[in-house]
Design a binder for this molecule. Structure first.
Ligand code: NCD
Length: 307
């Protein structure tokens, strides 16, 4: 049976621990003068991105190349999808070229599971609708572990995820992995931006938690997934939920400030995060390559990384 990486729950605790350790190994490979290993020579990774992406698409591409795999990227804006070709025909056509793994991003939840019905290749979820973004969760958890010099046991770690939780696949997957590792997660958002049901504590008062947290995880407002009228208008959202100067100075010195990108400056971020020592935002980008190398190697590799 082919193995996939489509959600944190599907991967399970044992595999997540293994992937975090493997990410650490890949991060060390990335720091070498020659960051490339032959592990996936002869394998073909196909990036299928039906939704906009900068970081995720580029880092999957680079991750596959650093493992010496061949890569193909379907740019949907210039593909036959625009001539009415169905998702199924697109997948079957690419599969006939000999693909070992599909990396799939789509605006509809569940598409990575559908793709797995149409092709024997491994499927990696690079973001499906509001549902899941498991490689983001993996790189987030790894970034916390790395910056805090921790093991995979996050017991006692206090994390606040702030903003548009409702429409965020990042919030879903990152909450899932953090709970799996033992962290305490609080969701901070106006009621309209929380999911209808929640299995973690919630609050609409960021100031109540900001000086206590070990990790402050800010989210973008996913306007492309919203109906009208669910966000407080004007500057009201920013006044209550953005990271401004006052809140940045309330953050503990040893806290971490995270964001999956893209940042909307002037909406959730009123300060320049690159000037804050707590910011891990660019570490997250760097670690994204190592995390995706880990996932690709786990699915397609055999034997040793170096041989
Ligand atoms: C996120 C996404 O696309 O889900 N970005 C990312 O992958 N780093 C979050 C977002 O779009 O706000």
């Amino acid at each position: 049976m082919t193995s996939h990486f489509r959600s944190i729950a599907e991967a399970g605790t044992e595999r997540i621990h293994r992937l975090l350790d493997l990410t650490d190994h890949m991060a060390a490979v990335g720091r070498r003068p020659n960051p490339k290993v032959p592990a996936l020579r002869g394998k073909t990774v196909c990036n299928l991105f039906f939704e906009d992406s900068t970081r995720t698409r580029m880092s999957f591409d680079l991750a596959a190349k650093r493992l010496s795999a061949d890569t193909m990227t379907l740019a949907v804006s210039s593909s036959s999808v625009n001539k009415g070709e169905s998702l199924r025909d697109t997948v079957e056509t690419l599969d006939a070229m000999g693909v070992d793994a599909f990396v799939v991003r789509h605006r509809t939840s569940g598409v990575p599971w559908q793709v797995a019905h149409w092709s024997p290749a491994a499927v990696i979820n690079a973001g499906d609708g509001w549902h899941a973004h498991p490689t983001q969760a993996l790189l987030d958890a790894y970034t916390i572990r790395q910056r805090r010099g921790m093991t995979n046991d996050f017991t006692g770690l206090k994390v606040a995820i702030v903003g548009d939780i409702r429409h965020s696949r990042v919030a879903r997957s990152t909450t899932e992995i953090l709970l799996m590792l033992g962290a305490e997660v609080t969701h901070v958002a106006p009621r309209t931006l929380l999911p209808p049901t929640s299995h973690v504590p919630t609050t609409a008062n960021l100031d109540e938690v900001i000086d206590e947290v070990d990790v402050l995880y800010m989210l973008r407002m996913q306007r492309e997934r919203m109906g009208a009228g669910i966000v407080p208008g004007g500057g009201e959202y920013s006044r209550r939920f953005a990271l401004d100067e006052r809140r940045a100075s309330a953050l503990r010195n040893d806290a971490l400030l995270m964001h999956p990108g893209p940042i909307n400056r002037g909406v959730e971020m009123m300060v320049d995060p690159t000037e804050l020592s707590q910011s891990t935002i660019l570490d997250q980008v760097t670690n994204g390559i190592a995390a995706r190398m880990a996932v690709l190697f786990d699915l397609l590799g055999s034997g040793e990384i170096e041989e």
